[in-house]
Design a protein around this ligand. Structure first.
Ligand code: SAH
Length: 430
């Protein structure tokens, strides 16, 4: 989401005539986009921000824009006091305040003031993400902004605001524009992307949106993330299975494999319901790959409860697990009402156990690709190897002198590991 937000800012700036600087020292405008989902991300944001102070001192004309979840829907006075050298504060997803500042446009300035109540990605005034996306093979389109679910540990709803689905016409227009510029793969984004349209009866749901996008000529692949288990309807699963451009890859976090922990997290499902969903995904979408997220060391998580998560992961053997150690976030229900009582070393131990388990599962799944010929969309050349992905989102490398950028090519897998695969062009037939 932050990558998409940053690209949106880039293209907005390009529309005003700015171009990208190579180093911060050469820039006349610096935008620092920030994440605060865990303390480590927040610390990094403060660190980077502090490192910009000397630049501002050396060059008072430099415009510094602090953007994203560190700011939230309304910039807190605390931030302004602590970082007086910041010229503009912007909420997540919103280039509006920066554009207003740079153009000193009265209407824009006023809009930026009301920023908390408006919807930046619906702003007619902003250009489509042209130039920046023009360099991309794979682009992101936010379709649901904000989140209203309120998982007890999560700060995102407080910082990105309430859930707002973008109009389908805007999304489709944007997709067409991207494809005209050479984009081959589009990933639809939302904190709970499978809730697309549920907040607005005039909109189609995610399956309807996928069906529309599937008709775009020149577009090769469609992905979407992140899904919440409770909104993965049969209609959605069937759409993924039926639509040729929609990839058989689902990102659907479980967060924990223990029912009491899940209830404390306010996730709204049990581990048994999640198991049944995985079964159904595998039945309805042949060859589907599944990615999940896990938080270890949630308040009160006992060794036995963690074991339930471990056993479930060992059992379900999903393709990818994004692992995190619980980090209390200011203002969230868990930070206010629960004690962060799992010691740091124990969180680390649980994290390592899952990491090791997942590495062996991924290696096992990838080994099944050995010798197979699979279509790969190649995106860029790193050193002498082309980097691309299978429909199931596996990273594949190929040595070739040809220009493969943006091409979908069937390649034969010659080596597999837990994180990537290598391939060669299959021998011509006959
Ligand atoms: N809305 C999406 C993404 C949320 S942020 C979703 O629900 O999946 C990405 C991941 O960060 C989450 O899935 C969760 O695993 C992790 N996360 C969120 N808040 C956290 C916290 N306070 N501590 C540790 N990990 C957290």
């Amino acid at each position: 989401m932050n990558v998409a937000d940053s690209q949106r800012v880039s293209s907005s700036l390009e529309s005003l005539g700015y171009s990208a600087a190579v180093r911060p020292e050469e820039a006349s405008v610096i935008v620092l986009n920030t994440c605060v989902v865990r303390q480590s991300a927040e610390d990094k944001a403060y660190g980077r921000l502090s490192s910009l102070a000397p630049l501002k001192k050396a060059n008072p004309g430099l415009v510094i824009n602090l953007m994203g979840c560190l700011v939230g829907v309304r910039p807190p006075d605390k931030l302004r006091q602590r970082f007086p050298f910041v010229d503009v504060f912007s909420p997540p997803s919103d280039p509006g305040p920066l554009l207003a500042f740079l153009t000193q446009d009265e209407t824009r300035l006023k809009l930026a003031e009301e920023t908390a109540t408006r919807n930046a990605w619906m702003d007619e005034d902003l250009p489509l993400p042209e130039a920046e996306y023009g360099k991309l093979i794979s682009a992101h389109i936010p379709v649901v902004l904000g989140c209203s679910h309120a998982c007890s540990y999560c700060i995102i709803p407080y910082r990105r605001g309430v859930e707002r689905s973008r109009p389908a016409v805007d999304i489709i227009k944007e997709a067409h524009s991207l494809v005209r510029q050479g984009v081959k793969e589009i990933t639809l984004l939302g904190q709970i992307v499978d809730r697309y349209g549920l907040d607005d009866p005039s909109l189609p749901g995610l399956p309807g949106l996928l069906r529309e996008l599937n008709t775009i000529e020149g577009l090769e692949r469609i992905r979407f993330l992140t899904s919440h288990p409770n909104y993965m309807t049969d209609e959605l699963l069937e759409a993924v299975a039926a639509l040729d451009k929609v990839c058989p890859h689902i990102e659907v976090p479980i967060q924990a494999g223990d029912d009491e922990v899940l209830a404390n997290m306010r996730r709204g499902y049990t581990s048994e319901q999640y198991r049944r969903l995985v079964e159904k995904l595998r039945k309805v979408i042949p060859g589907v790959s599944i990615a999940t997220d896990i938080i270890v060391g949630f308040p009160g998580e006992t060794a036995e409860q963690f074991q339930h998560t471990f056993d479930l992961m060992a059992d379900l053997k999903m393709d990818v697990a994004h692992l995190a150690r619980y980090s209390p976030r200011e203002g969230t229900v868990s930070a206010r009402n629960m004690v962060d009582d799992v010691p740091a070393e124990e969180k680390m131990r649980r994290f390592r156990l899952l990491e090791e388990l997942q590495e062996s599962i991924a290696a096992e799944i990838h080994a099944r690709y050995m010798g197979q010929t699979v279509p790969v969309l190649f995106e860029e050349k790193v050193k002498n190897r082309w980097r691309g992905r299978t429909e199931t989102n596996k990273l594949v490398f190929l040595e070739s002198d040809d220009d493969l950028r943006g091409r979908v090519i069937p390649v034969q897998i010659t080596w597999t590991g837990p994180w990537s695969m290598q391939s060669r062009l299959p021998a011509p037939k006959g």
